[in-house]
Design a protein around this ligand. Structure first.
Ligand SMILES: Cc1cc2nc3c(=O)[nH]c(=O)nc-3n(C[C@H](O)[C@H](O)[C@H](O)COP(=O)(O)OP(=O)(O)OC[C@H]3O[C@@H](n4cnc5c(N)ncnc54)[C@H](O)[C@@H]3O)c2cc1C
Length: 298
């Protein structure tokens, strides 16, 4: 029976769903330092779907995040939940990437490091950037079909996949060939909690960035290299890939590879202007709906 090679793309995001007074700066941009960093919620659903495929059919779940050193925390969380291998895609040259440059880097990482993938899982959307572009753009660059808004996998064969996806006012069953990229919605499943045994093991996991900080905790090792080899042997070293590791061109990532220009940021405060009473009758509601359609609110 086929074993599936799966890649889950996860993003660390500021917790924009729990905004406090300091969450926004005066210029209207998000004050990232005032918000806790969390696992993008729908990426947890994507990870859960991949773990369920591994449980039912067998395979390996690889998790990649592109971000600053602190993004290693979402990789650890992925391990606590059962991911097999995790990788941090991080390089100063990636800074300033828009969705096009982000998806280019992710595509390069997958193609260079995990070229025999069967399924790439993404969340439908990140709660900070909110564009829902990275999944579809990555699929296009990988030249594989994309199935978006996926709620469940109905059938998985050696060469084909059938899924149920959300559409306006209902669902749709669609089938395509493997390899494929799926974007997964928050209605797909209930992400599993941390597994206690894995938490105890992997909380000590570290990547290159962490070595100088944690070296004093291991007096038996004199150098970073010795510590790194020890962590590798224990399966606790988190691999990190930079621009050269994924054979990317610096002009395709970061500011250089990002055609998006942010011209102006505005902070918009919505205020209510009085209220209108609608009669709770068929006629009252019909009149209200007609008004909404007329002024393009609906
Ligand atoms: C001009 C410009 C400059 C920017 N500069 C920066 C910057 O300097 N630093 C910065 O942090 N952001 C920057 N951004 C934001 C950045 O482009 C987006 O956050 C990023 O491309 C993801 O887009 P999104 O949040 O809309 O994700 P979506 O497209 O909504 O995400 C969909 C799914 O794609 C996957 N995904 C998205 N991002 C990642 C990732 N990084 N790693 C792994 N999987 C991912 C996840 O599965 C996610 O659920 C910049 C944006 C613009 C327009």
């Amino acid at each position: 029976m086929k074993e599936y090679t799966m890649v889950v793309l996860v993003k660390q995001v500021p917790d924009t769903q729990n905004l406090t007074g300091e969450a926004m700066k005066e210029d209207g941009t998000v004050n990232r330092s005032a918000l806790p960093a969390i696992f993008n919620p729908e990426d947890l659903n994507a990870l859960e779907m991949a773990l369920q495929v591994r449980e039912e059919y067998g395979g390996t779940v690889h998790v990649i995040t592109m971000g600053p050193p602190s993004a290693v925390e979402v990789l650890k969380e992925a391990m606590y939940r059962g991911a097999d291998r995790v990788y941090l895609l991080s390089d100063r040259k990636f800074a300033g990437s828009d969705t096009l440059a982000t998806s280019f880097a992710l595509k390069q990482a997958i193609q260079t490091k995990i070229p025999d993938f069967d399924i790439v899982f993404c969340g439908r959307q990140a709660i900070d950037g909110d564009t829902a572009q990275v999944g579809p753009q990555t699929a296009e660059k990988l030249d594989v079909p994309q199935l978006t808004y996926v709620e469940s996998i109905q059938e998985l064969g050696e060469k084909k996949i059938k899924v149920r996806k959300l559409i306006d006012n209902g669902t749709e069953i669609v089938e395509t060939a493997l390899p494929v990229l799926l974007t997964v919605t928050d209605t797909a499943n209930e992400p599993r909690p941390f597994i206690a045994k894995k938490l105890l093991k992997y909380r000590k996991a570290a990547c290159e960035f962490d070595l100088p900080k944690i070296l004093p905790r291991y007096p038996q090792f004199k150098t970073k290299e010795e510590l790194k080899n020890f962590l590798k042997k224990k399966g606790l070293f988190i691999e990190m890939w930079g621009l050269e590791d994924i054979k990317a061109n610096k002009d395709d990532v970061g500011f250089a590879g990002s055609p998006t220009m942010v011209k102006k940021i505005e902070s918009i405060t919505l205020t209510g202007k009085g209220f209108k009473k609608i009669e709770p009758t068929d006629e009252g509601i019909a009149h209200f709906v007609a008004e909404l359609i007329e002024d393009h609110t609906w």
